[in-house]
Design a protein around this ligand. Sequence first.
Ligand code: SAM
Length: 280
Amino acid sequence: MEPSQWFVEGYNGSALMIKIRETLFEKKRLQHIQIFETESFGKMLVLDGKIQLTERDEAMYHEMLIHVPLFSIENPEKILIIGGGDGGSVREALKHDPAEVLLIEIDRDVYDACKKFIGIDNGALGDGRVSVLFEDGIDFVRNAKEKFDVIIVDGTDPNPVSGSLVMEEFYENCRRITDIFATQSQSPFVQRNYFTEIIENTKKAFEFCSVYINYVPTYPLGLWSYVLASGGSIKAVEPDYEVLKKRWEERRIETKHYNPEVHVASFALPEWLRKQMGEI
Ligand code: SAM
């Protein structure tokens, strides 16, 4: 094995290795952006040394991040997505036929590079219902006056660029402009501190808050988590299978990973995680 042909992402004494065929793009400005052609996962986006997506398993992440909150509400018309400059989340959100989707991405280079070299948005970023602003999501929600039917955070691991996406002030500002909110919340297994901070701060801002999980092979050790939170007009966020199934049949959405059964199952948490959450 020649180490130079492998991309290695390490976390707390363990690592994932992905075999690389070719580097397609590299740029260091706000973040260190790398796009690789891999041996068995298709194209792969890496930011500051951390895998953000691969063509092979991105649907497992984007579909759960987007369809769980959007199937939880009757009529998602006005959607705000923070982060997600690769366009995968916007692509999934458009399947619900909303009137408008606003994407707030801090790093224009990520957006441009993904559009040119990966293209997982399948044209969604050019859709007439989609607007894109290149600014910090923290500032956007701090200054926002308009309300959204739902806010979804598709951010990176906390780092100097995205750091305050996990801070209390950010969640409180989100709550001011939406009744339903979802965010990715890292790995509860290997990134316990980040996970805990996200849950704690979401709970402070929203009246109802639940965690759901799924498997994304190229994220730290595979287990990934998300938070669904609500308040005001939207009471509990626990899934109701009959309601989800009805909406699924009405909206006729094509997916690779999500279905109503997976939605319900993703809220079933193992004993160790329930205990961990009980300590928060
Ligand atoms: N959950 C995926 C992961 O962690 O692997 C996220 C992928 S997506 C590419 C994350 C995007 O969030 C990046 O393009 C990054 O530039 C953007 N981002 C990070 N912090 C942000 C902020 N404060 N405001 C807006 N966008 C942000």
